[in-house]
Design a protein around this ligand. Sequence first.
Ligand SMILES: O=C(O)CCC(=O)C(=O)O
Ligand SMILES: [Fe+2]
Length: 215
Amino acid sequence: MTLQIVLMDLKRLLLPYGRQQSVISHVAMPLLWRWRPECLQTFFVDRMAKRDQFNLCLNHYPPCDGPAKGDDPSELIRVGEHADYGGFTLLFLGAGATGLQIKPVSDCAIGTAGDGWLDVQPPTAPDSVLVNTGQLMARWTNDVWRASAHRVIVPNAEAAMNHRYSIACFCDPDIGTMIETLPPFVPKGEEPRYPRPVEASEYRSELVNKLLEMQ
Ligand SMILES: O=C(O)CCC(=O)C(=O)O
Ligand SMILES: [Fe+2]
């Protein structure tokens, strides 16, 4: 397949997501009915109007060594545990893109609903998209929508032999957006879990710098 055809296919796949504001509103809907219904259509759209912090990442995982008999596949990590930084991520998984795992969340605490990780099967319906909530979303909602911790492992020998593809569209608030916890998500009489308002792009740079320092 030529690069041009790949790019045309990508354009066809992503244009509806990149250009239409409706996808943002769709993701926002379950969140906002709890908040201010009159803002349902506009809250995220207003804060992602320029979309200057939407980033598209094309992931290719080449074949690698698979788990040998008796090995624990969760030790073969393709992407280590992390939560995305921003608002939310639209994740498109290629056919057979197994290995994505999420940590269960219960009562707003990661890891409490079960022991360890849950496998995410790639959706079989065409044009399906997975949505991961990010760290700024967690701040906005006082952890009612927790940043979802996820990772990618090599689950079995077959997955190790195949190329794995995914596309992540990171949908983050525009530069200059102040992220403050939305009051209706803070229980009466309690302080917000994230009292310090942060500017979206500064917050992201802080997290990236921390990550770089750890390496
Ligand atoms: O490839 C995947 O399934 C997940 C990739 C991911 O978590 C990321 O790009 O942030
Ligand atoms: Fe991620």
